[in-house]
Design a protein around this ligand. Structure first.
Ligand SMILES: Nc1ncnc2c1ncn2[C@@H]1O[C@H](COP(=O)(O)OP(=O)(O)OP(=O)(O)O)[C@@H](O)[C@H]1O
Ligand SMILES: [Mg+2]
Length: 411
């Protein structure tokens, strides 16, 4: 790792993450970045003529203490670079213990993974949630490394992200584990992410379910036993476990569901004893989460639908990508400012997932007449406003049907 010394009063520390040949890349990249007059956050543009472009897959710069950096860009002499080089891995394993017709118990990624490339940068969330969560994870891992007694200072290394569907909770967990695996590579030689598939834990042979939980978690524990491996465990849509337990307790489902959830909770408690394990859970119905899970979480972070500014940024990023692919003509956010503002306003309440889908839905309107010539971006934007309106109406209708169903069931 290469460091440029300097106290923070004089320099803003920035982290550069680089994938490629290690020390040569780090040195060359540092020279390149410091040759720019101004330095800003985001992907670093490597000139095609530079030898670096042969070896680099990606190079991304982020401020290490963003709250202290007031300007969007700084002069090169104001920045102290900390460069992390890493190789992106392509390794994914899925638990094959289940039968063909059943969902696997878990997937396991070696980090940093090619599959999670760019997710961190693509997520646009409020009030620096991303960096706050990363800081929390770093702090929790320091506590466990320094062997702080958790009976005296409670820290479970477990977070819960909750909020409406499609707001980026699962993506954030994956991006966060990727980010931390890069930042902590001097402390942990390896890093893994296990995604536990809650649906996969319910075997159609009921008595098998608790055994499946045991099998899934014993694999995680065997990896965690090596303290040089940083292990992230993502239990996605945790409400599907807990709602089953509630249903079971009220007598409408077999008691096996109770055993599965209890088995998961026991395993979660067992994993908490490993100082190199960090657990992340997500849910989109907070009300339905078992208090057993809620109480274990150190941080319960609400992830809501994007703000107007975030919506504008998601939409303009998506349009820039269509321009890059030459589906629409050159798109500069300044060019369609009014239209883009109007669209950002009109999509109030839309999730990030729906916003990212809008450009595709819009293009499908043009598809039959598409003659491989880029569509004028202003025309595309105005069509997109129509598509957004239709989506809003359809969503409204669906919500009212759901409400009627709930009313008829007396809920
Ligand atoms: N705030 C956001 N900024 C950018 N992209 C977003 C945002 N929120 C969601 N997305 C995009 O929407 C897609 C769905 O996100 P993801 O699956 O992580 O949501 P989720 O909250 O886990 O949804 P669910 O509750 O249905 O599981 C991803 O492609 C993600 O990049
Ligand atoms: Mg999700």
């Amino acid at each position: 790792m290469s460091r440029v010394q300097g106290s923070f009063q004089e320099k803003a520390r920035a982290r550069v993450e680089v994938s490629g040949l290690r020390s040569w890349v780090a040195r060359e990249l540092e020279n390149l970045v410091l040759s720019f007059a101004m330095i800003r956050e985001g992907e670093i543009a490597i000139p095609k003529s530079s030898e670096l472009s042969t070896y680099l897959e990606e190079a991304v710069l982020s401020w290490m203490e963003p709250e202290k950096v007031v300007a969007q860009e700084l002069m090169f002499w104001q920045v102290a670079l900390h460069i992390h080089t890493y190789i992106l891995k392509d390794d994914v394993q899925t638990d094959d213990a289940c039968g063909d017709d059943e969902v696997a118990g878990f997937s396991m990624w070696t980090l940093p993974s090619k599959n999670f490339r760019g997710i961190w940068e693509s997520l646009i969330l409020e009030q620096d949630i991303k960096n706050d969560l990363v800081r929390y994870c770093l702090a929790a891992l320091v506590f466990s490394k320094m062997d702080v007694n958790t009976n005296l200072v409670s820290c479970n290394r477990l977070i819960l992200l909750h909020g409406p569907p499609g707001t980026g909770k699962t993506s954030l967990c994956k991006a966060m584990s990727q980010k931390l695996s890069i930042q902590l590579q001097d402390e942990y030689a390896h890093a893994l992410l296990f995604e536990v598939h809650t649906q996969g834990l319910f075997s159609k042979f009921f008595s098998e379910s608790a055994k499946l939980v045991g099998k899934t978690f014993s694999r995680i524990q065997s990896c965690a036993a090596d303290q040089t491996t940083l292990v992230f465990v993502l239990i996605d849509e945790v409400e599907s476990l807990t709602s089953s337990r509630e249903a079971a307790l009220s007598g409408s489902e077999p008691s096996d569901a109770v055993r599965v959830v209890n088995a998961v909770l026991t395993q979660v408690d067992a994993l908490r004893r490993f100082p190199n394990v960090f657990m992340m859970t997500t849910s989109n119905i907070t009300g339905a989460i078992d208090t057993a899970f809620v109480d274990r979480a150190d941080i319960k972070q609400f992830i809501g639908p994007p703000s107007k500014l975030a919506r504008r940024s998601i939409l303009s990023g998506a349009l820039a990508e269509l321009a890059r692919a030459q589906i629409i003509d050159d798109f500069f956010p300044e060019k369609g400012t009014k239209e883009l503002d109007r669209l950002a306003e009109a999509t109030n309440g839309f999730s990030g997932r729906l916003l990212r889908k809008l450009p595709f839905l819009t293009f499908s309107k043009f598809a039959s007449a598409y003659d491989k010539r880029p569509i004028p971006s202003i025309q595309f934007l105005s069509e997109m406003a129509g598509v957004a309106e239709t989506e809003r109406t359809v969503r409204g209708e669906l919500a009212s049907v759901e409400q009627k169903l709930r009313d008829s069931r007396g809920c």
